[in-house]
Design a protein around this ligand. Structure first.
Ligand SMILES: [Zn+2]
Ligand SMILES: [Zn+2]
Length: 131
């Protein structure tokens, strides 16, 4: 059994062709984050609703996490349990997980609960700087 299948099983998820394909895709791209439109374009063999549902399932299971920037929500493979920073390149438009920067959620006033916390830095990525 390959790693993708093992991951799905360890989260109690049934293995479906779409789940396997999407998770394989995220594995292949490590720390890169993709929008729903990016993912949808890569998997035209599945219908839109299936891709959307699968992404949601992977997100809920924690295998994939999300980051939000001014262009919307992006999804990436979860490699660390800790919240890390994300970097959005304004030149090439890519968003990358910066695993080396651990970000701690803010301590909020009583009665406030954090559902999603994200730290996104924008600027020019290493590849674009070298150009
Ligand atoms: Zn760039
Ligand atoms: Zn990330």
């Amino acid at each position: 059994m390959n790693e993708t299948r093992e991951r799905l099983k360890s989260q109690g998820l049934r293995i479906t062709p779409c789940r396997e394909a999407l998770l394989d895709f995220f594995y292949a791209h490590g720390g890169a984050a993709f929008s729903f439109a990016d993912v949808e374009k890569k998997f035209v063999e599945f219908d839109r609703a299936t891709v959307f549902r699968t992404l949601k399932t992977l997100l809920e299971s924690g295998l994939v996490h999300k980051t939000t920037d001014d262009d919307g929500v992006r999804y990436a493979l979860t490699r660390l349990a800790e919240t890390h920073a994300h970097f959005k390149c304004t030149e090439c438009g890519t968003t990358t997980c910066i695993d080396s920067v651990v970000v701690r959620p803010p301590v909020l006033p009583e009665g406030f609960f954090v559902e999603h916390f994200d730290f996104v830095a924008t600027g020019t990525c290493g590849q674009c700087t070298r150009r």
